[in-house]
Design a protein around this ligand. Structure first.
Ligand code: SF4
Length: 340
């Protein structure tokens, strides 16, 4: 599993020494686990699976192996493409919460398959925004992982060659600010806009945008940043920051599937705050050496991590002498709808 450790900040060390309680205990972030969009997508797909024939989501319906396994038992099993789903005899395919490009509806229709769309409305918002920015003449940069289905889907909806996915400036086709001249110099066009994969880290997005802005703005360039990191992702990252500041944790465990981008971000946020942080998928991933000297263990979980997996990690820690969190894992507010 990925492990991220950095030296602790002086501020954190001082607080820990003055405020640490003697007992070993687990504290959980106030916001963790299933986000609104994933919960919504699972409800749609589970309801659809109950009422009729099996469904093949194109790609993982969710980046969590335990949930994928559970859904398989209900007749929901991923396929790599519409063609593969049709070949395996599925009559229904689904778009996952991450969304997909517009080609998918056409492929499903041509194959005579029913299409169930569980795209998170917050992702749909980014797809529509990408189209609008392209119409307005911007070169579109999607800040995110080029391989991720959400990023590929947004680029698909943008529908132009004047677009790129990038996580760092070196991923872009330019190597110098506008106005620079010389052999091998590639400069940005006059209008560049950035949207973000919804699960990215806001601090890293800002750092990337600042560098890109400095390349685009000379000689009358126009730069636009649209922060499309979703509210549930920001809340999880903020809740983790509060956990470090208020509960003075010695160790952070970020629980989520190995492919879960937002869980990886949570581990990065914890490490950036100076706390040893590890991305784990299940209780067995906890290395005994991590717990040596760790009295307060902070637990967070990505947007696709079900409650029972979080509870299993807490139970494992309890078996090793850590008091479980007061009040358990946070209650779900069924009426919550994020701003979008
Ligand atoms: S992480 Fe955000 S955008 Fe992605 S499914 Fe959850 S709520 Fe929607």
């Amino acid at each position: 599993m990925s492990a991220a450790t950095k030296p602790r900040s002086t501020v954190h060390e001082t607080r820990r020494l003055t405020a640490r309680k003697p007992e070993k205990r687990v504290v959980v972030a106030k916001e963790l686990g299933y986000c609104w969009g994933v919960r919504r997508a699972l409800e749609i797909i589970e309801e659809a699976a109950e009422s009729a024939a099996p469904i093949a989501p194109i790609g993982d319906v969710i980046h969590n192996p335990q949930v994928v396994e559970r859904l398989r038992d209900r007749g929901v099993e991923g396929a790599a493409s519409v063609a593969e789903a049709a070949e395996r005899g599925f009559r229904r395919v689904a778009i996952t919460a991450h969304g997909m490009g517009p080609h998918l509806a056409g492929e499903a229709s041509s194959a005579g398959l029913e299409l169930i769309d569980t795209t998170c409305p917050l992702v749909t918002k980014v797809q529509r925004l990408a189209q609008k920015l392209v119409r307005q003449g911007y070169f579109l940069v999607v800040y995110g992982d080029a391989y991720h289905p959400e990023v590929r889907g947004v680029l698909g909806w943008a529908g132009t060659s004047k677009s790129a996915a990038a996580k760092k400036i070196a991923d872009l086709p330019w190597n110098a600010p506008r106005g620079a001249r010389g052999e091998g110099v590639a400069t940005p066009p006059r209008k560049v806009a950035v949207v973000s994969q919804t699960t990215k880290n806001v601090d890293e997005l800002m750092a990337f945008a600042q560098q890109l802005q400095a390349m685009v703005m000379p000689e009358g360039g126009e730069f636009r940043l649209c922060n499309t990191i979703c509210e549930p992702t920001s809340e999880r990252q903020n809740a983790l920051k509060r956990l470090v500041e208020e509960d003075h944790v010695d160790l952070i465990l970020a629980i989520g599937g190995r492919k879960s981008s937002n869980t990886a971000r949570l581990a990065e946020v914890g490490a950036a705050l100076g706390v040893p942080s590890h991305h784990i998928e299940r209780p067995e991933d906890i290395a005994p050496s991590w717990l040596a000297g760790a009295d307060v263990v902070g637990v967070t979980a990505g947007a696709s991590t079900p409650d029972d997996v979080i509870e299993a990690v807490v139970a494992e820690l309890a078996s090793q002498g850590y008091a479980p969190p007061e009040g358990g894992i946070r209650p779900v507010d069924p009426g919550y709808v994020p701003a979008y």
